[in-house]
Design a protein around this ligand. Sequence first.
Ligand SMILES: Cc1ncc(COP(=O)(O)O)c(C=O)c1O
Length: 385
Amino acid sequence: MANHWEEVQKKLDSIREKQLFRETRNYQGIDFCSNDYMGMATNPSMLEFFQTKKNIYPFGSTAARLVRGNSNSMDQFESEFAHFVEGEAALLVSTGFTANFGLLDSIAAPDCYLFTDRLNHASILDGIRISGAQKKYYHHLDMNHLQSLLEKADLEDPNHKKKRIVVTETLFSMDGDSPDLKTLLALKRKFGFVLVLDEAHAFGIYGVHGKGLVFRDLTLSEIHSIDYRVYTLGKSLGLEGGIIVTKKIGRDHLVNVMRSFIFSTAPLPMISEFASYSLKLLSSMDKERDELLKIADTLKNSLKTNGFIITASTSHIVPLLLETEKEALFYAANLQEKGLDVRAIRPPTVPSPRLRISLNAKLKLSDIQVLVETLVQVREMWNSL
Ligand SMILES: Cc1ncc(COP(=O)(O)O)c(C=O)c1O
């Protein structure tokens, strides 16, 4: 019989050989890598709010939401959030991962076609996998390819006995790019699929008052026709948690069937108290959002001028592409040594190695200049090895 610990050792050795070994490390230096895009995790006003809420008791939610874990603040945050993004209802869960995974498992089944962008987040891909749905991967952002797969499905199943579901992120966290939402909605009208959009990285930054990319790119009636929108509290809201916006019957359905919701302890009561406050602050930060997008443009132009290769980013997430895992690790380590917290992202998280530079509203133009100058120095060091 194979020895488990020998197997584990072998696997780790092979990960190390490929320069793919990962370990947890504490953060330090200027933040160019977190998802705290609006700086809410350290917002002084949030801290003051926390101090007025020291009496939140019990600390823990003590049970799943369907048992004793529900509280008024959860119900209140859900209705505030649904109202903010013009949805009928919302369901709060413990993480964005739980939200995607549980949602896809709940609405898909082996007799469905599930169309997914190749580069969708692991929580989406794992939810599809566990649902057993028939997976149809389309090339990243390629609406023509999606259309041809939908046409093929119509030939195979002309009477639509099988449900069709399409799922995509609205802003891809490892590439900084977005699908053409107008075309996607036109395809929905033509082919009649259930649409799931993950606004994790767009919420808080794009659209009026940071309501998300759908508010920048779509009309209100198009937004109302989206079946499910998934958000996380762990990025622009500066907290942790996940929230699904859908119709009232959609929420009732999830409450009754979504295993990752039913069989898991509810989020801490203080999360929803904080989330309501964070949402109010976030909606008033239009100036900070404008500034963030300006420094993102400055960074992209400056990197290109200096001969770096970046993805076709249209956002505040600016991935800088490198040739090898070793090179990505070298850049990240040297930037960190100089006080700039930039992280290397490697397969299998992404198809090719890169530095994922994510910008946040606390950064200043001078930080961007220091980053580019340091990158130029690190490139010289790498080239002289
Ligand atoms: C697109 C996307 N959706 C969902 C998640 C999961 O959210 P959470 O970190 O709240 O679990 C992530 C996490 O990075 C993500 O990038």
